[in-house]
Design a protein around this ligand. Structure first.
Ligand code: 5RP
Length: 232
């Protein structure tokens, strides 16, 4: 599920969004190799500019990286509204719909993005696509997995368990649930599918995000900004 884009493009996209952070902000930090560049760059700005910010991390990985980068941590209990959340994605379409969850962190990522006034996604341009078409990550309570699998079939998809690489058995999310990847082929109606998936009991969260404010996409010629031109 992970793209093989050069780290250089990921760095350009990640660092571009780090410039949006301002002194005093409460921010959300996504998960993955692209936003890791954002986190490191924010850490550098804290050191060089004396910025004071607080951050809610979306995973163990981003929490550790934030600590390493001297970024002060906070929680949604302390700060339920965030000024901005920045995160990576696995695929993005031209209408700013994205699929996330390649790192199995999409549940916390969706919560944090929902808490933010502005949700910025950082990708290399290889992840841009006319339509969403990669399998949709699902965080599932294992007790419900056969029912979820059936429900996905009913929606015309095929869900498979995501297996761990350096562990026998399934990938387990930071919240202790299993991850499945549901292939629907080309997704013509991301909003409709998102709504249908949200109605399946035992499916904690799916990886279709419809709330992106802007995308920073890095290519060989630089970083382009894809913004929403319709008001929501
Ligand atoms: C984690 C995610 C990541 O943001 C997504 O998988 C992109 O990762 P990377 O920047 O490493 O390609 O959704 O759950």
């Amino acid at each position: 599920m992970k793209s093989n884009a050069s780290d250089e493009l990921k760095r350009k996209a990640g660092e571009s969004a780090a410039e949006l952070v301002e002194d005093g902000m409460i921010i959300g930090l996504g998960t993955g190799s692209t936003v890791a560049h954002t986190i490191r760059r924010i850490g550098e700005r804290i050191k060089s500019e004396g910025m004071r910010i607080k951050a809610v991390p979306t995973s163990y990985q981003s929490e550790m990286l934030a600590i390493e980068s001297s970024i002060e941590l906070t929680t949604l209990q302390q700060h339920p509204r965030l000024d901005i959340a920045i995160d990576g994605a696995d695929q993005a379409d031209e209408n700013l719909n994205v699929i996330k969850g390649g790192g199995a962190a999409h549940t916390r990522e969706k919560i944090v993005s929902f808490a933010a006034r502005r949700f910025v996604v950082v990708v290399d341009e290889g992840k841009l696509s006319d339509k969403l078409s990669i399998p949709v990550p699902l965080e599932v309570i294992s007790f419900a997995s056969p029912l979820v699998e059936d429900a996905i079939k009913g929606l015309g998809g095929n869900a498979v368990l995501r297996n761990a690489i350096q562990k026998d058995g399934p990938v387990i999310s930071d919240s202790g649930n299993i991850i499945m990847d549901a292939d629907f082929g080309v997704i013509d109606d991301p909003a409709g599918l998102s709504h249908a998936l949200s109605g399946i009991p035992g499916l904690v969260e799916h990886g279709i995000f419809l709330n992106v404010s802007e995308i920073h996409a890095a290519g060989k010629k630089g970083v382009s900004l894809i913004t929403r031109n319709i008001s929501r």
